[in-house]
Ligand binder design. Structure first.
Ligand code: HEC
Length: 151
């Protein structure tokens, strides 16, 4: 019995490793790139948001660095991140490809607000807080329409 269950668990490990390898082999590099880009937004926005909410002490240099990083990211073209046929298995809604102009205009809105944040973040806390809502709003405006919600 013991041997049998060992074999069974060995097989289960092997099987799950294979499934893992398979799921990664199938991922389009553009999907990896766009998700990583989103993570970089989230990282830099997290610093700015943490300061805006008083969870991180306001520090003008750190705020400016995060805002400059954010602006640089926002100015990277997303054009090659969303090839047709890459919705499956991701959180990207198929509607993106029927509304590409609107989708890209939402990325432009983000770049516009990122500019305002880069002007404000290093000035003082009140300026950073003032720019925060506009910037954060551009994430949710796009996610609301084009990203599948976690349940
Ligand atoms: C133009 C539309 C758009 C904008 C603007 C946008 N996102 Fe996204 N975001 C998406 C879509 C679509 C996905 C799902 C992508 C996928 O699963 O391939 C996503 C996914 C993510 C993810 C998950 C990435 C992963 O590892 O799977 C994070 C985190 C994220 N966005 C953060 C942000 C933040 C923070 C902002 C604002 C600063 C933002 N996004 C702005 C469309 C957008």
């Amino acid at each position: 019995m013991k041997t049998l269950s060992l074999i069974a668990s060995g097989a289960a490990v092997l099987f799950s490793t294979m499934a893992f390898a398979d799921s990664h082999a199938d991922v389009d590099p553009a999907v990896t790139a766009r998700q990583a880009h989103m993570q970089l937004y989230a990282h830099n926005l997290g610093i700015l948001g943490g300061m805006a909410q008083g969870k991180i002490d306001y520090n003008p240099e750190m705020a400016q660095t995060a805002a400059d990083n954010f602006l640089a990211l926002a100015n990277i073209s997303q054009a090659t991140y969303w090839p047709e046929g890459t919705a499956e298995g991701t959180k990207a809604k198929p509607e993106i490809w029927d509304n590409m102009d609107d989708f890209m205009s939402k990325a432009d809105d983000l770049a516009f607000e990122a500019e305002a944040m880069a002007d404000a973040a290093g000035t003082d806390l009140a300026s950073l807080q003032g720019a925060m809502q506009g910037l954060g709003g551009t994430c949710s405006a796009c996610h609301r329409e084009y990203r599948i919600r976690d349940n």
